[in-house]
Ligand binder design. Structure first.
Ligand code: UT7
Length: 320
């Protein structure tokens, strides 16, 4: 038994924040942001709008594209680092929004790799026959944790939600997933406050802390390694991958991974220019864009990959 993606969905908050607006907020320029990151604009939440608000839109879109009623969902796993509340977890809050009750629902906190971790977990439950219709979410409101005076981070991060529905199948589906973490890199990218350590507001030198240049180098290396690991585990040649669906952190990191795979950028789903870095939402959002605009077709072989704070990183080989 395997699991396969029966439908995808995505949602971006309405408010668009352009590079021109950021020029008025911090000492930066449209030219710098475009050339160093590839980002032109990004979507951010409005006051009062939450991670679960975004996730509900994405989930309903995924259910619709899968032709599934909410009542059929029997498993919810929700990747996020920016939950609405400490508890109930976002999975349960989403379950309530969808009007369903009783199935397991939980969140997974793995920063930008949250969706890949969640997909891997849901895949196991479906394969074991313990879930027949799993809803997998990646959703974030990362701009709530950004220091809007820190030009290095505030130009990068953004908000959004993506979702997939997994159903059992005789053929893969999710071919393999590969998850990793290494806490030696925790100081390169982290948020300095939490519940037991004490909350820290994101302003005044606080907010997401990042040593961008070092993150960049480790990201390129780890993503290169996980691409090799995924290909080797499945005895695949690079040329057999139809689409790379990468975490949308920086166009230059995406280009490095595509180069490693010897893939032209035409075979890479790129949304970073319009989405920015939406953390756990970025891979399912990019997947949904590629599916809905008709580039990704049934039967195509996809390589999904992500890395994030921790560090955490992971990949999924998917026969769509
Ligand atoms: O999901 C994971 C999340 N994090 C990431 O993926 C981050 C990965 N890292 C990156 O994407 C890049 O390292 C950045 C985009 C953050 C920075 O690009 P870079 O090419 O590595 O620049 P840099 O850090 O080496 O900085 C170059 C210069 C510095 O000025 P000096 O020291 O050369 O005078 C920075 O102060 O650019 C300056 N700088 C900026 N200038 C204008 C840093 N941020 C900005 C900015 N606007 N927003």
């Amino acid at each position: 038994m395997y699991s396969r993606i029966a439908g995808t969905g995505g949602y971006l908050p309405e408010r668009v924040l352009t590079n021109a607006e950021l020029e008025k907020m911090v000492d930066t320029s449209d030219e710098w942001i475009r050339s160093r990151t590839g980002i032109i604009s990004r979507h951010i939440v409005s006051p009062g709008e939450t991670t679960v608000d975004l996730a509900e839109h994405a989930a309903r879109a995924a259910l619709q594209s899968a032709g599934v009623e909410p009542q059929e969902v029997d498993f919810i796993v929700f990747g996020t680092t920016t939950p609405d509340l400490i508890f109930p977890n976002c999975g349960v809050l989403l379950q309530q929004r969808l009007g369903i009750h009783g199935c397991p629902a939980f969140s997974v906190e793995a920063a930008c790799t949250g969706f890949i971790y969640s997909l891997s977990i849901a895949d196991k439950f479906v394969r074991l026959g313990e879930a027949k219709c799993a809803l997998v979410i990646g959703a974030e409101t990362l701009t709530r944790m950004v220091n809007w005076k820190d030009r290095q981070t505030c130009v990068l991060f953004a908000d959004g939600a993506g979702a997939v529905v997994l159903k059992p199948s005789d053929e893969p589906g999710i071919v393999s997933t590969h998850l990793h973490a290494d806490g030696r890199y925790q100081d390169l990218l982290y948020y300095p406050g939490g519940v037991s350590k004490g909350w820290v507001e994101p302003g005044d030198g606080q907010g997401v802390q990042m040593r961008g240049n070092e993150v960049f180098k480790v990201a390129v290396n780890t993503l290169g390694r996980i691409v090799d690991e995924t290909l080797e585990a499945n005895k695949l040649q690079k040329s057999q991958i139809d689409w790379l669906v990468p975490h949308q952190a920086n166009i230059r990191i995406i280009q490095a991974t595509a180069k490693k795979l010897e893939m032209p950028l035409e075979k890479v789903i790129i949304t970073v220019h319009e989405h920015g870095n939406t953390s756990a939402a970025s891979v399912p959002l990019a997947l949904d864009v590629g599916v809905r605009d008709g580039r990704i077709k049934r039967g195509d072989l996809l390589l999904l990959e992500a890395f994030g704070g921790g560090f955490t990183w992971g990949s999924a080989l998917v026969r769509y």
